[in-house]
Design a protein around this ligand. Structure first.
Ligand code: HEC
Length: 106
């Protein structure tokens, strides 16, 4: 039972989700919605690839915006020519909001 729950795939995911609900919020927190170190790396990589070609990275590093603010910027940059897919844009916006957001501790 435990080993089949950890397998990937549609039924595995459903079983894992049901399992998480059954054992409570601690397990649920490790599923969808958690932001992992891999996500951080991914965001940084997308940023390096797509956001420092036309202008320097400092243009972004000097800015602080909410996630919504970064979304507006990213869409604007795409209109100016940044070649990012919708999925990449979402990942980038989330990363920017967390790493270069308006919270003082960031
Ligand atoms: C195709 C070229 C291009 C790419 C790629 C690009 N930008 Fe820009 N970016 C611009 C131009 C042009 C400006 C305006 C420059 C100016 O105002 O002097 C700008 C300005 C900005 C600004 C300052 C304006 C503001 O609203 O604060 C930020 C922040 C920014 N870009 C972020 C990004 C991010 C994040 C990415 C990656 C998704 C990115 N850019 C990719 C061309 C680009």
């Amino acid at each position: 039972m435990q080993t089949t729950n950890t397998r990937h795939g549609r039924w595995g995911a459903i079983a894992a989700a049901a399992f998480a609900v059954a054992i409570g919020p601690l397990a649920a927190a490790q599923h969808a919605g958690s932001y992992t170190p891999a996500d951080v790396e991914n965001g940084a990589r997308l940023f390096g690839q797509h956001c420092s070609t036309c202008h320097g990275a400092d243009r972004v590093n000097d800015a602080r915006k909410t996630a919504e603010g970064w979304r507006v910027v990213a869409v604007d940059m795409r209109e100016r020519g940044a070649r990012i897919t919708d999925a990449e844009l979402e990942r980038l916006v989330e990363w920017l909001g967390r790493v270069k957001g308006t919270n003082d501790s960031q």
